[in-house]
Design a protein around this ligand. Sequence first.
Ligand SMILES: *Cc1c(COP(=O)(O)O)cnc(C)c1O
Length: 221
Amino acid sequence: MSVAENLENIKKKLPENVTLIAVSKTKPAALILEAYQAGQRDFGENKVQEMVAKYEELPKDIRWHLIGHLQTNKVKYIAPFVYLIHSVDSLKLLKEINKRALQNSRVINVLLQIHIAKEETKFGLSFNEAEELLKSEEVQAMKNISIVGLMGMATNTNDQQIIEEEFCSLKSFYDKLKTEYPKFKYLSMGMSGDYKIAVKCGSNMVRVGSAIFGQRVYTNH
Ligand SMILES: *Cc1c(COP(=O)(O)O)cnc(C)c1O
C-alpha cells in the first residue's frame, strides 16, 4: 500500500474533529512529500535536528509537531517555526519556550505531557504536577506560550482494557481542566497500534507513524 492509500484508510476511520499527525521520524523527505501531495499537512518528529533539517527542505506550509522529549538547550532551534510542542513536562522547559518564543515574536502552542502508562519513564507529569504547573503564577504570567491541552501515551501492551483505562482516565482529567482553562482544545493520544481506542476515549489528535509510512528501521544503534 502506498502512503496516500494508508492515509486515506486511516482518515476514513477518524471522526472529522480528529487531527491526524503523520509521524515521519526517521523517514526521508521524499516520503513526507508523498504524504504532502496527498493533502497531509501535520507532521510529527521526535528529534530537533531532524525536524529542523526537514523544515528547511520541505514546503513551508507544513505544520511541524514536536512529539518527543525536548531538551531546553534545543528549544531555540525550533522556536522560529514549530507549530505545536506535545511533550512539555517541566517548568524549566516552559520558561525556555516562553523566552525563545518572545525572541521570535511568537506565541508557541504547547501541550503538557502526562504520564499515564504503567512503564517507568522519566518523562511526563502526574495529574497533580500538571495542575500545579497550570495554577502557578509564574506560568500564568508567560505571555508567549499557550497551553492548549494534554498529551499522553498508553502502556505498550496487547491488553486493550489497560490501554482503554489509561486513555479514558486522561480524557476525564482533560475534561475537568477544560472547564477551568478555556484555551484547552487538544487531547493528543493514540498511535498506530492504539489510535482507535484513543479516539473511542475522546482523543482529538492522533500521532500515527508506522501505519502510514511503514515500520521504522533504526540503523544507528
Ligand atoms: C514514534 C511516535 C509515535 C508514532 O508511533 P507509531 O507506532 O509508529 O504510530 C507517536 N507518538 C510518539 C510520542 C512517538 O514517539
